[in-house]
Design a protein around this ligand. Sequence first.
Ligand SMILES: [Zn+2]
Length: 289
Amino acid sequence: MNKFRFFIILLFLAFATGGFILFNNDRNVVQSKKINLNFEKAALQNSSLQYSLRWTLGRKPQRGWYLYVSLLQKTLKTEADAKSAEFAKAVYRWQVGRRLKASGVLNQKTLYSLIKYWQSKRIRPIYLAKENQLLTAHISNFYDPTRDVELLKVEKETFKAYKKMVAAAIADEDLNLKVDKDSNLSAEEQFFKLISTYRSPAYQAGLRKKEPNASRAQIAFKSPHFTGRALDIYVGGEPVTTKDFNRAIQVKTPAYKWLVKNADKFGFYPYFYEPWHWEYVPKSMKKAE
Ligand SMILES: [Zn+2]
């Protein structure tokens, strides 16, 4: 009799647990379906916001974030298309990490938090390089073979890191870069060549005089180029024009995409707004701050 009662209790327990597991599983399925559905919705919003989101840089009104998709993918640790639910999920993860309202929608607040993060990787504060920190790089490293010898200066460690990075780019067969017999970028190759490196305050002032209509943002008073650690690297299109149509060309080139993926391994970090502008900020420099 006791055995029988025990058996009944056992049977009851078995049913109860089974039911509970089943019920709970159902709930999980419903819940994850709901979440996935929300990511689909967020993806739909992202696919339009990438061209339409209104935001400002300084006082300059901006439209959309499509020019920054490669950078976003790098930072959000996803390779998914900006229109996909997978990308929305990555945005959601970022929002959770930054304690933003987590929706998977790349809205203004989220974009600003990403920009803040990108900007935090740059040279700060800007200082003026001492003459003994600079070297004069060979003209063959430059985009313009007629560039004045006074404009070939670059900070020593930065140049070393740049050469390492270019060697890695050359080794990447997908980029198909043209090289000479010494395995340097050949004279015909434009990608990865240096457009502008160290700029003295006097030279920067001259640039402003030449283009009195250029805005403050376009020709900075306090340029990271003063440090000799900022490099303008050719990534396609007009070398240094911020017009959206030009940047749209630049951000699609294999050279730019390669830099976004790999430059940090060599200590280089981008200025998100200028696809050509990269700053050398090695770990040792970060610690010094
Ligand atoms: Zn620059």
